[in-house]
Design a protein around this ligand. Structure first.
Ligand code: URA
Length: 432
């Protein structure tokens, strides 16, 4: 039997712990036998000392062993693909990629999370669709992926319970932003949910956990190693999160933009990222095609309307109303105007995310109730030339007072200059 205080001390002093010791610590914690304060101290020791690749794998393995696992490929007799983003502002990529991949004949089964703080969660976005059920049982999830080709649901309570406990603890003990802990947390959920091939979108920049390309690369490499050790195929896209992705930030606004992108009418950066993610997911699938052919098939699914038809089948299968007109609309729309003529040098992702959060689009605490209609639409982004007085952004709000506050926050997120800003691809690097 391990002594938690001794493991904390050895990690604090920079020692590498045994895999069995890490497993006992995590499983003991998940069973409620080891208190929060000892795991909090352990996480802080890891924050400063890090974990080796072997320790990170042991942590991931222990978290998976704390609950049930799913073998989607065995249940469906097909290779199932999944995609995950480390979280950003305006990131509605999964809502677009899922139906496109499904329309190309590849089963897409994804378990998603909710947003906390300035980043939005896929489940919250989906719940802005009237009637949409995110809580399916495991059997319903598997049946829907088999019969409809796509399901995006909340993680079931039995899947990786240790991560739920640990993540909540890290959130309040300043130990979230540690690469091994993030890698183990994300990959334990992906591996337990059973997809054989996973595309990971690692966000980099102001609005992301990883602020620099170097940190993002290290996180990508850690997740890739965990995937490989578990026998899964993993590709990591490192993508720009210095400014919001697309124009819309806020739940129903993002669902509208996702649907427009499924129809081929999305903003350029989101469209580019969706095409990259689809090309790689299709190349990893059992279709036996390469990325070029994957990209061609994804574009064809959009152009032919097959992707939109898959969206409709998916939304209706989960009880939602596929009709766009049913999405909530905010009663107040304030327009933010350019204070001067010039070029948008920067549009801060966190500032826009926080403006949307203060409007009620996100949660400051787990108990907060989301207003699905509110948010921000960024009409102008980095590199755009604007004239004084021209609309920069729209603020969709529940009342005039919150609209005015958010409008000031959004205005402050824009920086102007007179130089040319070179266009930058949303895809910064691929680690595979
Ligand atoms: N997302 C997760 O699921 N876990 C982390 O630790 C960070 C982001």
């Amino acid at each position: 039997m391990i002594r938690p205080a001794e493991l904390i001390q050895r990690k604090r002093d920079g020692e590498e712990l045994g895999s069995g010791e890490i497993a006992e610590l995590i499983l003991g914690y998940a069973r409620g036998e080891i208190p929060d304060y000892q795991l909090a101290a352990f996480c802080m020791a890891v924050y400063f000392r890090g974990l080796s690749a072997r320790e990170t794998f042991a942590l991931t393995d222990a978290m998976i062993a704390s609950g049930e696992t799913l073998d989607l490929s065995a249940a469906l007799g097909r290779k199932v693909v999944d995609k995950h983003s480390t979280g950003g502002v305006g990131d509605k990529t999964s809502l677009v990629v899922g139906p496109i991949v499904a329309a190309c004949g590849v089963p897409f089964g994804k378990m998603s999370g909710r947003g906390l703080g300035h980043t939005g969660g896929t489940l919250d976005k989906l719940e802005s669709i009237p009637g949409f059920r995110v809580e399916l049982s495991t059997d319903e999830f598997v049946a829907q992926v088999r019969d409809v080709g796509i399901a995006i649901v909340g993680q079931t309570a039995d899947l990786v319970p240790a991560d739920k406990l640990l993540y909540a603890l890290r959130d309040v003990t300043a130990t979230v932003d540690q690469i091994s802990l993030i890698a183990a947390s994300i990959m334990s959920k992906k591996l337990a949910a059973g997809a054989q091939a996973i595309v990971l979108d690692v966000k980099v920049g102001d609005g992301a956990f990883m602020k620099t390309l170097d940190e993002a690369r290290r996180l990508a490499e850690a997740m890739l190693a965990l995937g490989q050790q578990a026998g899964r195929e993993v590709v990591c896209l490192l993508t720009d999160m210095d400014q919001p992705l697309g124009a819309a930030v806020g739940n129903a606004l993002e669902v509208r933009e996702a649907l427009a992108t499924v129809r081929g009418q999305g903003p350029p950066d989101l469209t580019e990222l969706v095409a990259d993610a689809c090309a790689r997911l299709l190349a990893l699938s059992d279709l036996g095609i390469d990325e070029t052919e994957g990209r061609r098939r994804a574009n064809e699914a959009i152009a032919s309307g097959a992707a939109e038809a898959a969206w409709r089948r998916w939304v209706e299968a989960q009880g939602g109303t596929a009709d766009e007109a049913a999405l909530a609309q905010a009663p107040f729309v304030a327009v933010v105007e350019a204070p001067r003529s010039g070029t948008v040098m920067r549009l801060g992702a966190i500032a826009v995310g926080n403006a949307a959060l203060h409007l009620g689009a996100g949660r400051r605490t787990k108990a907060d109730v989301i207003d699905h209609a509110v948010g921000v639409v960024c009409l102008r982004k980095r590199g755009d030339r604007v004239e004084r007085g021209e609309p920069l952004a729209e603020v969709h709000a529940g009342d005039g007072a919150s609209a005015a506050i958010a409008a000031r926050e959004v205005a402050a997120a824009y920086e102007f200059g007179d130089e040319h800003v070179p266009t930058r691809s949303v895809l910064l690097e691929v680690v595979s």
